[in-house]
Design a protein around this ligand. Structure first.
Ligand SMILES: Cc1ncc(COP(=O)(O)O)c(C=O)c1O
Length: 366
């Protein structure tokens, strides 16, 4: 059996919609892009969405409109994709890592207070694997002065205590990379609840060039973070089935959970009560000394897996720039070095999942 880790969730109709736009002759920014922005904002319950080239770009422009710059500190988690903290460096600010909790891998809210200084300008919580950080609690901790910019790359369909990403924060950033629940290959969006901010975000993604009735003027230093109309068309098509696709992912996710519960040597993140999981990833934790061998053997058995995530502070660039070392964020290190991400996509069959579960059990028994 050969089981791919990734299989982008694109069907014939999504591709037809993209081709229709490609044939129309209007392939950059246009009405289809705006339509997607409207649909997406409506889905996540925010006023405005700005569609752009990636989740990384979304985080970058969100920090810029939040006014974060040199001399500022931004608190975030070291258990994420490097983009989460790289964007803090892009704007010349300093990332301040706070370790995660051991049960879910989410930034430990009990430790955030201790990391706040007079320089703290923002916090970037990451809704890891599809589970949201407690936004009500985080909002209380941050008060009015510290802005929250959510990294919602894994959390398009998520909710916690009735709150969706973007509803309690300054901005929420999404990704439509191939591994996300809806995808345009690459792509991202920022959602906000303020028209002026949305306008500024759009400008930042369009080179800072404003189109007015009298001409085009560059009013601020922007970036070329635009997305294309054919990407928007693919995403509109996927938005039509987002809830039924989510239900399918839930079934797959629950099947893994059932199959792996109680297996010696395997654990996985606890589910947040009173919440709706985004089911973006199914991650298992195994003894770090056995992790790489297990992955290799799964690979030999035809099962592709991945790692989410290697601790950011131990990436060579971060070690070199900030002097981080092993032991600085022990919970992140424990979880990061224990983690194996299993395939979770619409093409996965029950037989595939039974095979994966059986192989894990068999390999861990030895
Ligand atoms: C948690 C997280 N944040 C941010 C990003 C960046 O998104 P993108 O790849 O669209 O730039 C990703 C992943 O791809 C991610 O997993």
């Amino acid at each position: 059996m050969k089981i791919q880790f990734l299989s982008p969730n694109l069907n014939k109709k999504d591709i037809q919609e993209a081709v229709k736009v490609l044939k129309s002759g209007w392939i950059t920014y246009g009405p289809v892009t705006e339509k997607f922005e409207e649909i997406f904002a409506g889905y996540v319950g925010s006023k405005k969405a700005v569609f752009n080239s990636s989740g990384t770009a979304a985080l970058h422009v969100a920090l810029l409109v939040a006014g974060v710059g040199p001399g500022d500190e931004v608190i975030t988690t070291p258990l994420s994709y490097v983009a989460t903290s790289n964007v803090i460096l892009y704007v010349g600010a300093t990332p301040v890592f706070v370790d995660v909790d051991a049960k879910m891998g989410l930034i430990d809210l009990n430790k955030i207070k201790g990391a706040i200084t007079s320089k703290t300008k923002a916090v970037i919580p990451v809704h890891l694997y599809g589970q949201m950080v407690d936004m009500k609690k985080l909002k209380k901790i941050c008060g009015a002065k510290i802005k929250i910019i959510e990294d919602s790359a894994h959390a398009i369909e998520s909710e916690r205590d009735g709150i969706k990403p973007g509803q309690l924060s300054f901005a929420s950033c999404f990704s439509f990379h191939a591994a996300k629940n809806i995808t345009s290959g690459e792509g991202g969006a920022v959602t906000v609840n303020d028209d002026k901010l949305a306008h500024e975000l759009k400008l930042l993604c369009e080179g800072g060039v404003e189109r007015t009735s009298t001409g085009r003027f560059m009013t601020l230093l922007g970036y070329k973070y635009s997305a294309t109309t054919f990407q928007a068309a693919m995403l509109i098509s996927q938005m039509k089935r987002i809830n039924s696709d989510w239900k399918k992912r839930k079934i797959l996710w629950e099947r893994y959970k059932k199959g792996l519960t109680g297996v010696a040597g395997v654990s996985f993140p606890e589910q947040v009560p009173n919440s709706r999981h985004g089911y973006n990833m199914f991650v298992i934790w195994v003894e770090p000394t056995r992790r790489d061998i297990l992955r290799e053997k799964l690979g030999q058995a035809g099962i592709q897996t991945s790692i989410h995530f290697n601790p950011i502070h131990l990436e060579p660039h971060y070690k070199k720039s900030f002097g981080y070392k092993k032991g600085d964020f022990p919970v992140t290190e424990k979880l990061g070095f224990s983690s194996i991400t299993l395939p979770l996509h619409q093409k996965l069959t029950k037989e595939n999942q039974d095979y994966i579960v059986d192989k894990i059990k068999e390999l861990l028994e030895v």
